[in-house]
Ligand binder design. Structure first.
Ligand code: ATP
Ligand code: MG
Length: 454
């Protein structure tokens, strides 16, 4: 007797299931997030198709040399931990139009020399994908295209063509017969991802899934999705800037510290081997509010220019507009500047911008941000040959930062002459080519920068 379709209300935010509709999700507190999804009980084809496996002793597991598939796109391989691991399932998220399909098309082209690549597109027609490939100068030998959204057909195609690399663009457009709800729903997403993961492991083929992101920037669908896959990558960048940063937020086969830097152009994403140089190329020297901060992304130092602009508020509440840094952090720095250094922006609008569309979240950038704002507020340029690094405490004290030696080495390489660092970080340095000042407080740092209150 055919089983009756079971229906459940599923929170589209966290995947919580409820037999009846509820306004507020008891799990994630989201409002109006429940949608009815009909799930066919005992989904077809989910039974064990193979003989059950017996446990084996860990010591007896054959230790294959870890085999990685290298695309030759250095920035991409590095973020993955040195290439693509066989049988892995990787989710690539990113804002609309940021270049997800471009990156995976370029990776496909690079791998096509080694074997068949299957590119499944649920969003674009084969002709559209071809158009992009042509713009990138990709001939297409060894790349099979499949414009399909039905999971069963895709699995069939993977089994039949035995590719060495599969791209599914995007997971939100895929749907399985086993689930009665529409594509993109939580149940569908979970089902399709789980099936593809199973297939990746079973066939030992790496599968890359493109994932759409929500307004908040997480991959759409429940976090469950991020738990299922082996690695989660995000391609970030400001839409109107050419730079794109690829980072891993989860990686079962490598560090999540590494980032890859690319530049988007007519012919696709180009690797940027020396990001600091590129980010500082158009730097405005001798302008108040501009400060260079040596940050570290993963193991790589990256010099970025922070710009601040401070103008008297002409109407209503003062504005605070922040691009690239954490707005909450900037508010905190403004408070510390006012209280600990006597520099209040209370009647001023403050704009903070990281040049090149970069996003920096590490607290080590605090001092640079504070100096930039102070310099803008006093309308006095900070020394253009000095870099500033340090985490600020609420008391205006400077805290030690990680990897200070690597940061200063990069600064020296790019022609900087001086560095202001937290006094506690001095012990981590033994001889840099820079003139290093260790300072204990924000006030001291502002004096070194030449922007302190007279
Ligand atoms: N002729 C061109 N010259 C330069 N850049 C282009 C050109 N055509 C497209 N682009 C860039 O490519 C981007 C689209 O790339 P792509 O389709 O790979 O993004 P995506 O992340 O897959 O987007 P979606 O979320 O819509 O699938 C555009 O936003 C634009 O920046
Ligand atoms: Mg796309």
């Amino acid at each position: 007797m055919p089983s009756r379709p079971k229906s459940a209300f599923v929170c589209q935010q966290c995947g919580f299931q409820s037999p009846k509709w509820v306004g507020r999700c008891p799990s994630c507190d989201g409002w109006n997030t429940f949608v009815e999804e009909r799930v066919v009980a005992a989904a077809k084809g989910r039974g064990l198709a193979r003989a059950p496996r017996a446990p084996i002793a860990l010591g007896d597991v054959p230790a294959d040399a870890e085999e990685r598939l290298e695309t030759g796109i250095g920035e991409f391989d590095r973020v993955l931990g040195g290439g693509i691991v066989q049988g892995s399932c990787v989710l690539l998220g990113g804002d609309p139009g940021i270049g997800k399909s471009s990156l995976l098309m370029q990776a496909s082209a690079a791998l096509a020399a080694k074997g068949t690549v299957l590119y499944v597109s649920g969003e674009e027609s084969a002709a559209q994908v071809k158009l992009r490939a042509r713009r990138f100068g990709i001939g297409g030998d060894g790349i099979l295209l499949l414009a399909e959204t039905d999971l069963a057909s895709i699995i069939e195609a993977i089994r039949r063509t035995r590719p060495i690399f599969v791209v599914v663009d995007s997971i939100q457009t895929m749907s399985s017969d086993a689930i009665a709800s529409a594509a993109g729903g939580v149940s569908q997403l979970r089902e399709c991802t789980a099936r593809l993961l199973e297939l990746a492991k079973g066939e030992d083929v790496p599968i890359f899934l493109v994932g759409h992101v929500t307004k908040e920037g997480a991959v759409a669908g429940p976090r469950v999705l991020e738990h299922i896959v082996d690695a989660v990558l995000y391609l970030e960048g400001e839409r109107f800037h050419a730079f794109r940063i690829l980072r891993a937020t989860k990686n079962r086969f490598g560090s999540t510290d590494e980032v890859g830097v690319f530049e988007m152009g007519e012919t696709g994403l180009r690797e940027v081997a020396n990001p600091s140089e590129v980010f500082l190329e158009e730097r405005s020297r001798g302008v108040a509010g501009s400060v260079v901060v040596p940050t570290v992304e993963g193991t790589r130092p990256l010099l970025v220019e922070v710009q601040a602009l401070v103008t008297p508020t002409s109407f209503g509440l003062p504005r605070r507009t922040v691009n690239g840094a954490d707005p909450q952090r900037v508010l905190l720095l403004l408070a510390v500047l006012a209280k600990r250094a006597g520099l209040s922006a209370g009647s001023h609008d403050v704009y903070v911008n990281l040049v090149g569309g970069l996003r920096i979240r590490e607290p080590a950038a605090d001092l640079g941000l504070a100096v930039a704002v102070a310099s803008a507020l006093r309308d006095r340029p900070a020394d253009p040959r000095t870099v500033f690094v340090g985490e600020l405490g609420l008391g205006g004290e400077l805290r030690r930062v990680q990897r200070v030696a690597v940061r200063l080495k990069e600064a020296q390489r790019l022609g900087f002459e001086r560095a202001v660092v937290p006094a506690a970080s001095l012990t981590d340095l033994n001889g840099t080519g820079l003139e290093v000042s260790g300072v204990a407080t924000l006030r001291e740092a502002l004096e070194r920068a030449g922007v302190a209150d007279r």
